[in-house]
Each structure stands twice: as C-alpha cells, then as structure tokens.
Write a protein that binds this ligand. Structure first.
Ligand code: 5AD
Ligand code: SF4
Length: 435
C-alpha cells in the first residue's frame, strides 16, 4: 500500500477534481494520509486565477519538496490549472517536482506515477487527452452533508483578464444521465445539499438537455435535500432558469452572478459579453421571479485604465443592488490573456485602497441586508455544532449561516428557524416558527 497526501487550491471545481483524484488513487491501492511527512506521493492541485495564488503555491511546493530530505523516495506532483498553464516551467521554479499534470489531463496522474516507479522521468502532461475522462467521481463522505457535481468543464467566454479558458479549455458538458445518477448516489449516501458546478453552468448542453432541463431532472431525485448551482454568467442566465427556481422548492433561492465592474467602459474592456443594462435587467427579473432571493457577485478592482470615476460606478452598483455578499479581487495580469497586453497601470496601493473601500461598503450592506431577516422564519439545514461553544450551525437556502443555541439535534435535518438578530454576515435564531 502506498500512501498519498493531497492538497487543493482554488475553486470548488478544483475541490471536486481533487476528490476525484483521491478516489482514483484509492481505487489503485493507495491510501490517503493526513500529513505530507508520511506520504510516498504528495500531490497539489493548483489554481492560476491570480498571480498571488501561484506565488503562494510555488512557495508551498518548495516547502513540500524539502520533505524529500527525510524521505528521498517521496514523489511530488503538481496538477490542475498551474500545471496546465506553466508546464515545464514549474520544474524550473521548483526542481524537486517530479510530475506535472494539467487540468485537462488529470487521469494521466496514474500512468505518470507508474512511470516514475519504473525510474523514468515523465515530461509535463498538458496536452488535453484525446478522450477526456474526468477522474472518477468523488467518494462522498456522509458527514459533509454537502455534495458537489461538476456538470460542465471549461469555458467558451473570452473575458480579457481570465486564464480559465486557457487552463481548462473549451466547454464540455457531461451527459445528463450520468449527472442524475451521480446526484442520486449522493442523496442516497446522505448528501442534503448538492451544488452543480461549472465556470458557466447556464451554457450546459448535452444530449439535447439544457441547463433548465437538467435542473428539472436532477430536482426529481427523491428525498429531502436542496439543490444549488454556481457559477452563472449574466449573459446566459435565462428567464427559464428563474421560473424553475421560483416553481421548485428544491432549488435554493441563491444566485451567484459575477458582474466584475459597474462601469460600462470597463465591462466592455473586460470583454464580458453583456452591457450593464442587461445585467440590471437580469437581476430585476430574478428578484421579481424568485421570492427571498439572495444575490452574490464577484468584482475586480484596478483593471487596466480603471479611473476613480469608473471605480465609483462599481461602488454605486453595489449600493444599488444590495448584494447579500460579494467577493472583490485586485486585478492580476495573467500572461496569455488579452488584458495582459494592456499596461497594468493601477498601482498596487491604489488597488488595495479600492478593495478596502469596497470591503467597508460590503460590511455595512451585509449588516443592513441581514437585519431585514430578523423576525422571519426560514428553513435551515442543520450542519453540526461549532467546536468552541457547542452552538448549532445551520444554513438557509440563501446560503446564510444561522447560529442556534446549543442543543441535541441531528445534523442533516431540515428545520424551521426564526431569526432573532443579525450581526455582520451571521444570523442568530431559534428553532420553530415565529409566534
Ligand atoms: N485578476 C483578478 N481577479 C480575477 N478573477 C478572475 N481572473 C482574475 C484576474 N486576472 C476573479 C473574477 C472571477 C473570480 C473567480 O476571480 O472576479 O469571477
Ligand atoms: Fe483557479 Fe480558475 Fe482553475 Fe478554478 S478554474 S482552479 S479558479 S484558475
């Protein structure tokens, strides 16, 4: 039995891939260990979305590589987006890396490990495999309650800043029968919340089934469980999806709809493929159609040429739309993308200041938005107790945490909770409907 250790960075699709990699190794007589020190094989599944993420990972790889001093037979492997983007460059930066397998070739990890065993030195595997088969679906751990299913890999958009179409290639949707089966299996194994994943789930299309139809089919899997999806693209988020969400209680009232900027000029420069008016229309329609909808978004500050006034348009948009929460990032040039040809002309301190400004707005808005929940009764999924005070943590369909008093209650059950107060991002409540 060989021991392997696995770390994952980046998005949830990477987490899904990592779990699949784990299963692939377990199916081939490897056992997973929790510490890299005791492993024969150490794998890191990586993210390229921002330079900062890559730098941190390179440092981490150097640290992991030093473990070879005690365990010279240990093999160090890099998978995923960085492997895909950097290829042989990774070994130059971290010479102790033995194996490089890109996000579009993950099943090649196993043959590469076998080649290493034979004493060969496999080159970086970054060519997409002819017949791409993702690693086997993850083994679900029932105590997680939450299952993830990647329904579509890759991305056909060409946002000027984004490395993903390079690292993950063009869109490939998985067969709907496979997906329904996978969802069914997860529910049977105890999943109570399932998230369908993709860079752009709305453009899912396979065997004549589009995304709304896929939602309908997955939603028919019996049992008490809830269904989410992420990420949606504003251009492709359809009224039909909204109608399904409104009609099916199974579908959680939450949409993550990255806008990236509130400036029409910047949106165009980002090649986002929608106008601000279109985005606002989509939000208006979604809010009208879906009761109690929670909305979240992603924002980038300091895109090349972003003026103070353009940044203020982003702040104004956030104020206007009152997102439940948002994730804001400093623009990071990624070589090979269209934006990398533009001068990265917003100084780092200014990006930082804009980010800080947004975070202040976010804290205030989150507080205000959450105050509106006080007194309301919402259905929550009991997730378990927090380790410090024994509070019971639960989650609403809107993806908000509700903290409940310590009590005996089985994780995985759905209950009604009445919200008593809101602090920042967190809601506090008690079980039962409001009096
Ligand atoms: N720089 C900064 N943020 C980025 N994102 C994607 N590419 C970049 C980049 N080059 C952000 C976007 C996206 C989120 C996952 O990461 O906001 O929605
Ligand atoms: Fe990172 Fe994007 Fe790759 Fe996910 S798809 S791991 S966010 S670069």
């Amino acid at each position: 039995m060989k021991r392997f250790y696995l770390e994952s960075y980046g998005c949830q699709m990477n987490v899904y891939d990592t779990q699949g990699l784990a299963r692939m190794l377990e199916d081939h007589a490897f056992v997973r260990v929790a510490e890299p020190e005791t492993a024969d094989v150490v794998l890191v599944n990586t993210c390229s979305v921002r330079e900062h993420a890559e730098e941190r990972t390179l440092n981490r790889l150097a640290v992991l590589g030093r473990l070879k001093a005690q365990n010279p037979n240990m093999k160090l492997g890099v998978c995923g987006c960085m492997a895909q983007r950097m290829g042989a460059e990774i070994k130059k930066r971290v010479p102790r890396v033995d194996l490089v397998v890109g996000a579009q070739a993950l099943p090649a990890v196993l043959p590469a490990l076998e080649a290493l065993d034979r004493g060969e030195k496999p080159g970086p595997q970054v060519e997409p495999l002819d017949h791409y088969l993702p690693p086997p679906r993850p083994r679900f751990d029932a105590k997680n309650l939450k299952g993830f299913v990647t329904i579509i890999r890759g991305c056909n958009k060409a946002c000027a800043y984004c490395i993903v179409p390079t690292t993950r290639g063009p869109e490939v949707s998985r067969h709907p029968d496979d997906l329904v089966l996978e969802v069914h299996e997860l529910v049977l194994r105890g999943a109570r919340e399932i998230t369908l994943l993709g860079q752009n789930v709305n453009s899912y299309q396979s065997a004549g089934v589009d995304f709304p139809e896929l939602l309908a089919r997955c939603g028919k899997v019996p049992g008490k469980w809830r269904l989410r999806f992420t990420t949606s693209h504003p251009r492709d988020m359809s009224r039909e999806v909204m109608r399904r969400m409104a009609a099916a209680p199974r579908l959680a009232p939450w949409i993550h709809l990255p806008v990236q900027s509130g400036s029409p000029r910047v949106l165009k420069a980002m090649n986002r493929d929608y106008s601000l008016e279109h985005y606002l229309d989509v939000i208006e329609a979604a809010r009208e159609a879906i009761p109690d909808l929670a909305l979240t978004t992603d924002l980038i500050v300091g895109f090349p040429g972003e003026t103070e006034a353009e940044f203020e348009e982003t702040v104004a948009l956030v104020e206007r739309l009152r997102y439940d929460t948002f994730y804001a990032f400093k623009y990071s040039p990624r070589s090979g993308t269209a934006a990398a040809r533009l001068p990265d002309d917003i100084p780092s301190e200014l990006k930082q200041a804009r980010l800080a400004r947004l975070l202040v707005v976010q804290r205030r808005l989150a507080h205000e938005v959450n105050q509106a929940y006080v007194g309301r009764t919402l259905e929550v999924l009991i997730e378990g107790a927090d380790s410090r005070r024994g509070h019971v943590l639960s989650r609403t369909g809107q993806n908000k945490i509700v903290v409940l008093e310590p009590q005996e209650i089985a994780p995985g059950t759905f209950r009604d909770a009445t919200i008593e107060r809101a602090e920042g991002q967190t809601l506090y409540g008690r079980l039962g409907a409001s009096a």
